[in-house]
Design a protein around this ligand. Structure first.
Ligand code: UGA
Length: 457
């Protein structure tokens, strides 16, 4: 099939590349000329395992191309995917301006039947609004008796996770397709089923529903996952007070199939480009219809507090003033296998520690460059604080002469360090682990003062 992807962010790029890998002819469009030039050289603007190889292979095979030319994009694809960003507007709602820009371009240039697929995360009703916008432009272009070319607007939200995006796309649990009942939309449904059939590996993974429900499903899924995380963080904090070990509790509750065992890890709070933004947007949708979502407000509030947990633990141990103290930070990205720093808990932590007077030695296996850019941005008004950050060369380099080591992101490389070497370079053997990477008993036996999120073994 001929396919066009508008937007070469995480979702757009991974979708385009994976659809090309299965034999489709894919053209990816972005208005950012620099990004397109980078992709045309088969370089990848984001860190995502496996993506580079797939881009190189599919460009070489002639199934994948990149361009800034919107009209060419519209002409190319029978299916037009909109995968542009929907950032939070000032009031917390999703800003849909990029979605409507693309919809406008499709309506302006199309001359034959098009299936317009919304992959961006958009609030309930956005599909209808896109449909209306496209129909309005087409009516202006075909004012006479001759009918305008047909089209359908499909909601097809994406559920991939950064760091395992290729695998998630290639082996989806489910593919949500939301559409109306018109003949155009039924035709679009057949096309979507055919497009996604190879991803089912013998099973039908497509769940068809109406468009509004599909849009809602995306937000409800992320809100549920964010709720699980905040719930577990609150349980872990309570476990600390009651001297209960949260780890067997996690295993014990996860064994119930109604609960399930994934996404139950307490930590430093959720970050990234999705959960915080989607929880806020859903709250906003509730407010708009006079139904404040109290549970989600609490989820967000618990998460804000959790980002400060490691500081609270340090304050309990060392008192509130960190002047003259040096801390090592392992991990800056919001999670492993990505260089994404959006809403990363490390950003909150870094500021709080610096404001209390600490000197920081930070290390991340992949996100150093991105972290430097984001921290410079966050602290542009505080050069005095920025001057107290040292970007280390290795985990041990970060830990050298530090009064405490803080573990923020659970990269594999931090899971089994040389503990003797680590203890030797630390000024004090204090480890504050925001990801519960080690066994508390073994750490104590090794001579560490080891603080965790709810591990009291
Ligand atoms: C999330 C969803 O998992 C995807 O299904 C969804 O498609 C995506 O958002 C999106 O809407 O685009 P992602 O943000 O890439 O994916 O990352 P996750 O692996 O879900 O992690 C999110 C945050 O939760 C991270 O900060 C992570 O550290 C935290 N987390 C996750 C926990 O604290 N505990 C857990 O048990 C799991």
């Amino acid at each position: 099939m001929n396919l066009t992807l508008f937007g070469t962010g995480y979702v757009g790029l991974v979708t385009g590349v994976c659809l090309a890998e299965l034999g489709n002819d894919v053209l990816c469009i972005d208005t950012d000329a620099e990004k397109i030039a980078t992709l045309q050289r088969a370089e990848v603007p984001i860190y995502e395992p496996g993506l580079q190889e797939l881009i190189v292979g599919n460009v070489r095979a002639g199934r994948l191309a990149f361009s800034t030319d919107m009209a060419r994009g519209v002409a190319h694809g029978d299916v037009q995917f909109i995968a542009v960003g929907t950032p939070s507007a000032d009031d917390g709602s999703a800003d849909l301006s990029h979605v409507f820009e693309v919809a406008g371009a499709i309506a302006t240039h199309m001359t034959s039947f098009k299936v317009i697929v919304n992959k961006s995360t958009v609030p309930v009703g956005a599909g209808e609004a896109v449909h209306k916008a496209v129909a309005t432009v087409l009516a202006q272009r075909w004012p006479g008796a001759q009918p305008a070319p047909g089209f359908a607007v499909v909601s097809n939200p994406e559920f991939l996770k950064e760091g395992s995006a290729i695998n998630d796309f290639m082996r989806p649990d489910r593919i949500i397709v939301g559409l109306g009942e018109s003949p155009e939309e039924q035709r679009a449904g057949d096309l979507m089923r055919a497009l996604y059939r190879p991803f089912g590996h013998g099973h039908d993974r497509v769940i068809c529903m109406d468009r509004r429900s599909a849009e809602f499903t995306k937000y409800a899924a992320n809100a549920m996952l964010a709720t699980r995380i905040s719930f577990m963080n609150e349980m872990a904090n309570l476990a600390d007070r009651l001297r209960v070990d949260i780890e067997p509790v996690r295993v014990g509750i996860g064994a119930d199939p109604r609960i399930g065992d994934s996404f139950l890890y307490p930590g430093v709070g959720y970050g990234g480009s999705c959960f915080p933004k989607d929880v806020t947007a859903l709250q906003r949708m509730g407010d708009d219809v006079g139904l404040p979502l109290r549970l989600l407000a609490a989820v967000a509030q618990v998460n804000d507090g959790q980002k400060r947990q490691l500081v609270d633990r340090l304050v309990q141990r060392l008192g509130p003033d960190f002047s003259g103290q040096r801390f090592a930070l392992w991990g800056l990205a919001f999670k492993p296998n990505t260089d994404d720093m959006r809403e990363a808990p490390s950003r909150v932590l870094v500021r709080e520690l610096l404001e209390r007077g600490a000197v920081l030695q930070v290390f991340d296996p992949v996100a150093m460059q991105e972290a430097r850019r984001c921290l410079q941005d966050d602290l542009h008004d505080r050069p005095d604080l920025l001057a107290r950050i040292r970007y280390a060369q290795s985990p041990l380099d970060a830990a050298r002469d530090a009064d405490a080591l803080l573990i923020v992101t659970e990269w594999q490389v931090f899971r089994s360090p040389d503990f003797d070497a680590l203890r030797a370079v630390l000024r004090q053997p204090l480890v504050v682990d925001g990801r519960n990477l080690y066994e508390p008993r073994s750490m104590r036996a090794l001579g560490f003062d080891y603080l965790t999120v709810g591990r009291n073994a």
